[in-house]
Design a protein around this ligand. Structure first.
Ligand SMILES: CC(C)(COP(=O)(O)OP(=O)(O)OC[C@H]1O[C@@H](n2cnc3c(N)ncnc32)[C@H](O)[C@@H]1OP(=O)(O)O)[C@@H](O)C(=O)NCCC(=O)NCCS
Length: 403
C-alpha cells in the first residue's frame, strides 16, 4: 500500500520523484546549473575560471555582485583578519591525531566538529540578521583553511604553522591554504591550479550539501549549524567525497594492473569487472549533467599540464602516468557506459599531482563550497519558508496496539 500525508495515493504516486530528481525545490538568485551552462550570479564558469580569483568569486557569491577594486581590497583585509582560530578550536585540533589514527574520524569529521565549535564561540552565533550572517560567512571562509592546515600539521606530527595569524597575510586564499598545510609557499602555478579548483567548487545550486544547509536554515536555525550539516552531507562519496574516492580507485587500478598495464587491455579488463559487479566508479556521472560536467575539462587541462611537467612524484610514479591511467579509464567509461567524468575525477588527479594528502581533498572542497553554502543560507533566511516535503508511506496498514 502507499499513501502520502495530505495527498491522495494516486496523486502522490504521480508526483513522486525518487531522490527528488527533476523536482524544483526552491528559487535562487545565486547559481544556475544546466546541461548547457554553469552560471554564478550571471557569470559563466569558464569566464570566472579564466579571469577571476577565488576571492572575487567568494565576494560575488556572498555580497551578490562583482566587486570593485576597492570592495575587493576591503573584503580581502576583512577575511585575512579572521584567519586565526580561537584557542578552543586549536586545542581540539591538537587532540585530533589519535582520533584520525584510530580510524574513528577522518579529516572531514574533524572539520565538521571544528566548525561546530566555532559556532559555540561566535558572538554572532544566534543572530540571523543579514549583517551578522555576512560577518559569520567571512569568518568561516577565513578560518576553514586554517582548520585544514592545523589538522594536517598535527597529522604530520609537526608544530602548528602560524597559529596567531592563520598563515601569511601576504598570501592569497589558495596559496595560504597550501602554505598552512605544508609550511611551503607554493609556486605561482600551484597557487593558480588550487585557485581555479576553488572557483569551480564554490557553488552548484541545490546540490545535496547546499540543500541540507538550506533545510537547516529554513527552520531559522543558525549559520554554523547549517554549514556543519552541509559538511556532513558533502563528506559522502556520492557527493564531495568522490574526489578522494576517485583517487583511491585509480590507486587500486594501478596496484592491480601495475604501471606497465597502463594503456593496455589490463585496464579494460579491470573496468569490465567493475561493470559486471555493478560497481559505482567514483568521479563519474552526475544528476544534472548527463552529457558532461562543464568543470571537469577545465581542471583536467590544468592538472594534466602540471603533471606533464612532472614537478613532483608523490605516488612513486611519474605524475603524468596517473593522468594517462585516468584518461584511459575515462575513455572506457564513455565508450562502454556513455558516462562522463564529473569535476571530482580530475580534481583527485590534480590534487594528487600537487602532493596533497588524499584525505584532505574533500576538506579543501569545504574551504571553497562554504562560500556557496553561506550565500544560500543568507538567501534562505532573507525569504524564508520552512522546507517540509511529503513522503509516500509504504508501511503496514493501520492496526490496533491492543488487539
Ligand atoms: C553522481 C551520482 C550520485 C548521480 O546519481 P543519479 O543521478 O541517481 O544517477 P543514476 O543512478 O540515475 O544513474 C543512471 C545510470 O548510470 C549508472 N551510473 C551513474 N553513475 C555511475 C558511476 N559513477 N559508475 C557506474 N555507473 C554509474 C547508474 O548505475 C544507472 O545505471 P542503471 O540505469 O543501469 O541503474 C552517480 O552518478 C554516482 O554515484 N557517481 C559516483 C559518485 C560521484 O562521482 N559523485 C560526485 C558527483 S559530482
Amino acid at each position: 500500500m502507499s499513501t502520502a500525508t495530505s495527498a491522495s495515493p494516486s496523486a502522490a504516486e504521480a508526483n513522486f520523484a525518487r531522490g527528488l530528481e527533476g523536482v524544483i525545490a526552491g528559487e535562487t538568485n545565486i547559481c544556475s546549473v544546466e546541461q548547457g551552462k554553469l552560471i554564478y550570479r550571471g557569470f559563466e564558469i569558464h569566464d570566472l575560471a579564466e579571469h577571476a580569483t577565488f576571492e572575487e568569486v567568494a565576494f560575488l557569491l556572498l555580497e551578490g555582485h562583482k566587486p570593485s577594486a576597492d570592495e575587493l581590497r576591503r573584503f580581502k583585509i576583512e577575511v585575512i583578519a579572521e584567519r586565526a582560530l580561537p584557542a578552543e578550536v586549536i586545542a581540539f585540533l591538537k587532540s585530533c591525531g589519535p582520533m584520525i589514527k584510530s580510524g574513528a574520524a577522518v579529516p572531514m569529521d574533524i572539520v565538521r566538529t571544528a566548525v561546530s565549535i566555532l559556532g559555540n564561540l561566535d558572538k554572532d552565533a544566534q543572530d540571523n540578521s543579514p549583517a551578522a550572517n555576512l560577518r559569520k560567512a567571512k569568518r568561516l571562509l577565513a578560518k576553514i583553511p586554517t582548520i585544514i592546515g592545523h589538522m594536517q600539521n598535527v597529522i604530520d606530527g609537526r608544530a602548528i604553522i602560524a597559529p596567531d595569524t592563520g598563515g601569511d597575510a601576504t598570501l592569497s586564499h589558495a596559496a595560504n591554504l597550501l602554505y598552512l598545510m605544508s609550511g611551503e609557499k607554493p609556486s605561482k602555478e600551484f597557487e593558480h591550479v588550487i585557485d581555479v579548483s576553488l572557483i569551480l567548487y564554490a557553488e552548484h545550486d541545490y546540490n545535496a550539501s547546499t540543500f541540507t544547509s538550506r533545510v537547516i536554515a529554513g527552520t531559522l536555525s543558525d549559520m554554523h549549524g547549517a554549514v556543519t550539516g552541509g559538511i556532513a552531507a558533502l563528506k559522502g562519496p556520492l557527493h564531495g567525497g568522490a574526489n578522494e574516492m576517485a583517487m583511491e580507485m585509480l590507486k587500486e587500478i594501478m596496484r592491480d594492473v601495475g604501471e606497465k598495464g597502463i594503456g593496455t587491455p589490463a585496464v579494460d579488463s579491470w573496468m569490465q569487472n567493475a561493470f559486471d559487479t555493478k560497481r559505482k566508479l567514483m568521479g563519474f556521472g552526475h544528476r544534472v549533467y548527463k552529457n558532461g560536467d562543464h568543470r571537469a575539462p577545465i581542471l583536467h587541462k590544468l592538472g594534466r599540464s602540471l603533471a606533464s611537467k612532472d614537478t613532483r612524484n608523490p605516488g612513486g610514479h611519474a605524475a603524468a602516468k596517473w593522468f594517462d591511467l585516468g584518461e584511459q579509464v575515462q575513455k572506457i567509461m564513455l565508450d562502454k557506459k556513455k558516462i562522463h567524468p564529473n569535476v571530482d575525477f580530475p580534481c583527485g588527479l590534480t590534487y594528487f599531482t600537487l602532493g596533497i594528502p588524499v584525505p584532505q581533498y574533500t576538506p579543501i572542497f569545504v574551504a571553497s563550497r562554504v562560500s556557496g553554502w553561506c550565500a544560500h543560507i543568507m538567501e534562505q533566511h532573507a525569504n524564508n519558508r520552512i522546507i517540509r516535503p511529503l513522503s509516500l508511506y509504504r508501511g503496514p496498514a493501520e492496526t490496533k496496539w491492543n488487539k
